[in-house]
Design a protein around this ligand. Structure first.
Ligand code: GAR
Length: 222
């Protein structure tokens, strides 16, 4: 049997998306995928407690690292874990360019809106949902995309819409979007890990197999 696909996670917050990945890939009946570790961008991030409970290795990035130190820390840690794929699950920092290049086509990010709307520098967490409400749009959603050198800009792998309802608050929109994130992120990671989708040199997303069932987010062949 081939080795398991080794998945590393980068996160900054409570880690509910990290938990969704653990729930999907850690069970013993999924031996060909492994969550090898989580890097938190700050001490005290809730994701660290989730990692401890799940028995997943963790590391915290140095608080006042320069760009070079940060890049070295990320590369060293991801290399140490022999990470095949890297998943940004609520990660609020820009990934250094050399790391993006080293894992090109193998880094995914989840964003809580329908990119390219409501993304970019400073657009994270509640700020995204507040901007959505202020703009008066009736539909928002979640996006999983390949990471490139800019915030929230890389080629889109999948999206799913979520309605914005009368009387919604940033918190109520966030909760509705999160339930969708917890479904599409593991599905997108599985699509990449299984080779059903890939990023080509021309930056285009190629579905190699029609694997992704957008109704149920399950494997049609399974
Ligand atoms: C998620 O909604 C994720 O999409 C968002 O942060 C939240 C993290 O929640 N990411 C961004 O805004 C990135 N631009 P979690 O810690 O419970 O997974």
């Amino acid at each position: 049997m081939p080795d398991a696909v080794r998945i590393a996670v980068l996160a900054s917050g409570g880690g509910s998306n990290f938990q969704a990945l653990v729930d999907r890939f850690q069970p013993a009946d999924v031996p060909d995928r492994e969550i090898v570790g989580v890097i938190a961008s700050r001490e005290g991030a809730g994701v660290l407690e989730r990692a401890r409970r799940a028995g997943v290795a963790s590391a915290v990035s140095p608080p006042s690292a320069t760009g070079d130190e940060m890049e070295m820390f990320l590369r060293r840690t991801l290399d140490e874990w022999r990470s095949d794929l890297v998943v940004l699950a609520g990660y609020m920092k820009l990934v250094p360019e050399t790391v993006v290049r080293a894992w090109w086509g193998r880094i995914l990010n989840i964003h809580p809106a329908l990119l390219p709307s409501f993304g970019g520098r400073g657009m994270y967490g509640a700020r995204v949902h507040r901007a959505v409400i202020e703009a008066g749009v009736r539909v928002t959603g979640a996006t999983v995309h390949f990471v490139d050198e800019a915030y929230d800009r890389g080629p889109i792998l999948c999206q799913w819409p979520v309605p914005v309802l009368a009387g919604d608050t940033p918190e109520s929109v966030a909760a509705r979007v999160l339930t969708v994130e917890h479904r599409i992120l593991p599905a997108a990671v599985e699509a990449l890990a299984s080779g059903a989708v890939r990023l080509d040199a021309d930056r285009r997303v190629r579905w190699v197999r029609e694997w992704f069932d957008t109704e149920t987010f399950t494997n049609r062949e399974g």
